[in-house]
Design a protein around this ligand. Structure first.
Ligand SMILES: NC(=O)c1ccc[n+]([C@@H]2O[C@H](COP(=O)([O-])OP(=O)(O)OC[C@H]3O[C@@H](n4cnc5c(N)ncnc54)[C@H](O)[C@@H]3O)[C@@H](O)[C@H]2O)c1
Length: 384
């Protein structure tokens, strides 16, 4: 059995916590035949505060110390968006395998450069687009690839939250164009784009309209996503300098059309995600509210029996069976991150790339960038 030594960067944040748990947990579900992982280093501004999460791990406050540590095999980047490129590039040049949270980079050119360096170095890469790794989406892919819905003609997708729905919801790095230059587009749009990349194919052109609903928000230190605080008349205000939401129309390489919307200001939508995929012979519909259920319509059914059937993904799928012996007990968000950690470990130890690599991350960054350009120019943008 082989073991992968992982350094988690941004260990005290949300993703740092989830990734640390996922690397430690996956052998309970998937066994050890494809190897295990050890969180060998935690990198955080205050690593002592999270030391309890990985006893024995090195506690580092500078990510460069992890990148230059010969004991570390995999650099796991859970830092704010603006650091992804710089840290991933340094890690790749040091010969490390890299697992980077989404979006891979702030620009398509940076993402391209990272994918090229990774290829030249021969290392394994992975972007943290975990939502499509819920086995229900493997089922959707299987149905599409078997031709059961015919040619895909139309994709309709969305993702909304309401953390910034209230105009007085506090400012955080996510709303800062320096720390998250593409705002909701790279943050949430990239999730919808990862479903598009996984299930439909590459996007060749789009027109997008980005918007900001509240240009200033109260700046209160130390709040995390979803937290609120009492305001006083002295509370300083900060400028929101990246998009809160986007609506877009796109075209895919295979001729399909797309209609997509996402935002962080959809009041009342605590977390809403879904897609509809219409083909020449059938269709698929998915909503996060029924996270393990796929609705499938087929023209092959007798006309008098036609209608959407609800399929609960279950233990027929190995990534479901790893957790639960019965369908509809439901895998959630953290399980997809555990699947992801298992796949990352397995692919690094076997030296085989698995979706989504930095190449896929680059495609998704191209869509993000095209949204920013299109909205600024108020025009269709072509993607190479
Ligand atoms: N795949 C997903 O579903 C998903 C979900 C949420 C966030 N994300 C992505 O994960 C990344 C992190 O998001 P988060 O929600 O965990 O953010 P967060 O704010 O909770 O955590 C970020 C962490 O990075 C640390 N940090 C910031 N600058 C640092 C530096 N220079 N050196 C060391 N540590 C530093 C912060 O102290 C914090 O612990 C973002 O890129 C985000 O887009 C992905």
């Amino acid at each position: 059995m082989q073991q992968l030594n992982v350094a988690v960067l941004g260990a005290s944040g949300w993703m740092g916590r989830v990734h640390t748990m996922a690397f430690q947990t996956f052998p309970h579900h998937f066994g050890t035949q494809h190897g295990t992982a050890r969180v060998a280093a935690l990198v955080s501004r205050d690593p002592q505060a999270v030391a309890f999460r990985a006893p024995g791990a090195k506690l580092l406050s500078d990510w460069r110390d992890a990148v230059n540590d010969p004991e570390i095999d995999l650099i796991d980047i859970c830092l704010p968006d603006n650091l992804h490129y710089e840290v991933a590039k340094a890690a790749l040049l040091a010969g490390k395998h890299v697992f980077c949270e989404k979006p891979l980079a702030d620009t398509a050119a940076e993402a391209r450069e990272l994918a090229d360096i990774a290829k030249a170095k021969g290392v394994v890469t992975r972007v943290g687009h975990a939502f499509p790794r819920n086995p229900v989406h493997d089922l959707a892919k299987e149905i599409i690839e078997a031709g059961e819905i015919g040619e895909v003609q139309f994709f309709k997708g969305h993702q909304h939250i309401d953390v910034f729905g209230d105009p007085l919801a506090p400012f955080m790095w996510r709303a800062d164009g320096d720390l998250a230059p593409t705002g909701i587009v790279g943050d949430t749009g990239s999730h919808v784009f990862s479903f598009m990349e996984f299930l439909v194919g590459r996007v060749t052109s789009l027109v997008a309209d980005n918007f900001i609903t509240a240009p200033k928000r109260p700046a209160i230190e130390g709040l995390e996503i979803g937290q609120t605080a009492e305001l006083s008349k002295d509370t300083p205000m900060a400028d929101v300098t990246n998009p809160d939401g986007t609506a877009l129309i796109c075209r895919f390489e295979n001729g399909a059309r797309g209609l997509v919307d996402f935002s962080r200001v959809a009041t009342g939508r605590k977390f809403m995600q879904g897609y509809e995929i219409y083909g020449t012979k059938g269709s698929l519909v998915y909503t996060y509210d029924e996270i393990n259920r796929l609705r499938f319509y087929s023209n092959d059914d007798k006309p008098s029996r036609r209608g959407f059937r609800a399929i609960d993904v279950g233990p027929e799928h190995p990534n479901y069976a790893a957790f639960l012996p019965l369908p509809n007990f439901a895998l959630g968000y953290n399980e997809t991150k555990i699947i992801e950690a298992y796949e990352v470990t397995r692919s690094v130890l076997a030296g085989q790339q698995m979706w989504p690599t930095f190449e896929n991350g680059h495609h998704i960054c191209q869509i993000v960038e095209a949204c920013m350009t299109s909205s600024e120019r108020q025009a269709w943008v072509t993607i190479d």
